[in-house]
Design a protein around this ligand. Structure first.
Ligand SMILES: NC(=O)c1ccc[n+]([C@@H]2O[C@H](COP(=O)([O-])OP(=O)(O)OC[C@H]3O[C@@H](n4cnc5c(N)ncnc54)[C@H](O)[C@@H]3O)[C@@H](O)[C@H]2O)c1
Length: 347
């Protein structure tokens, strides 16, 4: 978390216009882009009781957004309240951002589209509003190049679907005002998300770098004939993946003892895949039209209906996890009883 202005970066030190406390009850949110992510992001804010105005340049997306948010609420079994009353649609960008304290852009992953939206937001959003992009990988500095008030622009990388996956990477670009980062972190924490501060505007931030480092090795193992795609998925799900949601890789290394991690790295680091571009097997599959479940073949073969059933299963599992997490006592409260001491986690 930030501690104040960075003397090495005077651009980042300039405080922006005053904004209300992140805990104040009357905050208003605007979401730009009512697609998959925009709808999910709107859902988490209205569920937490904050009014959201959502804008999309495609009227069809705006027409369907309320029913898509309703489906998300049903998955979480939020049936007896009506957070939808807090969601309004706006056919004009200026109307959506009127009075907004936070604006989150979730338009397509194309630099020119995002640049055009932020040029408008720079002009139309209230001066104190924090502006955030949900980009998956585009550096925030590229999106905000040439803007008048870049200091209030940050990244907020939500994961899909935001109402089931709590992480938000809050990305601080070189020009970002540290107060805007802290403010967004506090707001996201307040609505029940799990914000983390990413202190540099690096492509892929933290989560996608980790995820795609794993995918690079997974693809190489298949390409080199070491195992099948099914085996990669089985090893991940039934092996180390079982504990990844409980203990992260570095905490797990500490629990095991770093000597073991070092010994393993001495053996395998020289032989892990280091292809510096997309792996040739991935490129070739896409070229052949083997683009995944929708095409009937990707790394694995898919029969009609199989992908839909699998997606439903994943959603059900994630919803179960989200409900169990919601039923946990707030952080800082001791559990009812101490769990028994477990074996040392290693491997
Ligand atoms: N899909 C994911 O799993 C995922 C996860 C994390 C982050 N993201 C990122 O979130 C962003 C949105 O992704 P998505 O999957 O929701 O895309 P999407 O295609 O489902 O939705 C994008 C929406 O933006 C609208 N749009 C296009 N131009 C616009 C404009 N000028 N102004 C306003 N709205 C406009 C489209 O009509 C569409 O409804 C992208 O940057 C993506 O990389 C996606």
């Amino acid at each position: 978390m930030s501690t104040g202005p960075d003397p090495a970066r005077p651009d980042a030190a300039r405080p922006d216009a005053a904004r209300p406390d992140a805990a104040s009850p009357g905050l208003r949110v605007a979401v730009i882009g009512a697609g998959l992510m925009g709808a999910g992001i709107a859902q988490v804010f209205v569920t937490a009781g904050l009014p959201v105005a959502i804008y999309d340049s495609a009227p069809a997306a705006l027409e369907s957004v309320r029913s898509r948010v309703a489906e998300g609420l049903e998955i979480l079994q939020i049936l007896n309240e009506n957070p939808l009353r807090l969601l309004t649609t706006a056919g004009v960008l200026a109307d959506a951002v009127l009075g907004a304290d936070m604006v989150i852009e979730a338009a397509p992953e194309r630099l020119a589209v995002k640049q055009a939206i932020f040029a408008e937001l720079d002009r139309l959003a209230p001066p104190g509003a924090v502006l955030a992009s949900n980009t998956s990988a585009i550096p925030i500095r590229d999106i905000t190049a040439g803007l008048r008030r870049r200091q209030r622009v940050i990244g907020t990388h939500f994961w899909n679907p935001p109402y089931l996956v709590p992480l938000v990477e809050v990305v601080q670009a070189a020009a970002s005002d540290l107060a805007a980062v802290d403010w967004a972190m506090a707001l996201l924490d307040r609505i029940g998300m799990k914000p983390v501060h990413v202190a540099a505007d690096v492509p892929g931030f933290v989560g996608n770098r980790l995820q795609h480092a794993l995918k690079r090795e997974a693809i190489a193992l298949v390409a080199n004939g070491v195992c099948t795609a099914e085996t990669v998925d089985t090893v991940t799900r039934f092996g180390f993946g079982r504990r990844l949601g409980i203990v992260g890789p570095l905490e797990q290394s500490d629990l095991t003892g770093l000597e073991l991690t070092l010994a393993i790295h001495e053996t395998i680091m020289p032989v892990l895949d280091r292809t510096p571009e997309p792996h040739p097997l991935l490129v070739e599959k896409v070229r052949r039209g083997e683009t995944g479940a929708a095409a009937g073949r990707g790394f694995r073969d898919w029969t009609p209906g199989q992908a839909e059933a699998r997606r439903a299963e994943v959603t059900r599992e994630l919803a179960g996890q989200a409900r169990r997490a919601a039923a946990q006592p707030p952080q800082g409260q001791p559990p009812q009883s101490q769990p028994p001491p477990g074996p040392r986690a290693c491997g």
